[in-house]
Design a protein around this ligand. Sequence first.
Ligand SMILES: CC(C)(COP(=O)(O)OP(=O)(O)OC[C@H]1O[C@@H](n2cnc3c(N)ncnc32)[C@H](O)[C@@H]1OP(=O)(O)O)[C@@H](O)C(=O)NCCC(=O)NCCS
Length: 189
Amino acid sequence: MQALPFPDPPLKDGFVLLRPWRRMDTQQRYEGFADGLCQRFSSPRIEPTTEADVAAAYERNEQERLAGEALNFAIVDAARPERVWGAMSVYDVDASNQRAAIGYWVASWERGRGVATRSLRLLARWSFARLNVERLELTCAPDNIASARVAERCGFVREGLLRSHLRFKNRRRDTVMFSLLPGELEQDR
Ligand SMILES: CC(C)(COP(=O)(O)OP(=O)(O)OC[C@H]1O[C@@H](n2cnc3c(N)ncnc32)[C@H](O)[C@@H]1OP(=O)(O)O)[C@@H](O)C(=O)NCCC(=O)NCCS
């Protein structure tokens, strides 16, 4: 497998900027992800995420990048790139099937300002152009209305419900599957 390159120059739109994580982000990364909604929708474990879990993620993220599986980004304030607003990843990169998935969270104090929507547009466009994918997938829990709105605003199409799709918080959980094909990206919905 080929290592995945980070975008150079970094993806940005004048409001958000997507850059690689830095060790000095650990506290902000932890504080953003420790919030109740992130734990509810983005952490499959029952046990709350700890700062040590977050500190351990950097090495795993780099291994995933070197293996050609995933790129993990910090979403930051484009005007002050040291300020972390959230996270976005392109993961499950499947080169042979030209397919990948995108996931994200935004810190509670930055929600509702278009941070996720803008970041998703940037990363989806780049993934089609540079990762040679022909299909992007986005999955969320059936009751994750905000995440579904982000997907739909970017043009993702709701394909259906995957019943008993994954193990989540020690139970089976259904998943809504969205997909985006080249040419479907919406800029201002
Ligand atoms: C999903 C999430 C990333 C959205 O981030 P965000 O930066 O606030 O998203 P945006 O501002 O770009 O857009 C949010 C959209 O969801 C809507 N929304 C937000 N909270 C909502 C709620 N409780 N119910 C219904 N819609 C909601 C907003 O109104 C907006 O849609 P609109 O433009 O049609 O009004 C954020 O809520 C989050 O981090 N949630 C916890 C983690 C998570 O669920 N990650 C995704 C896992 S699949």
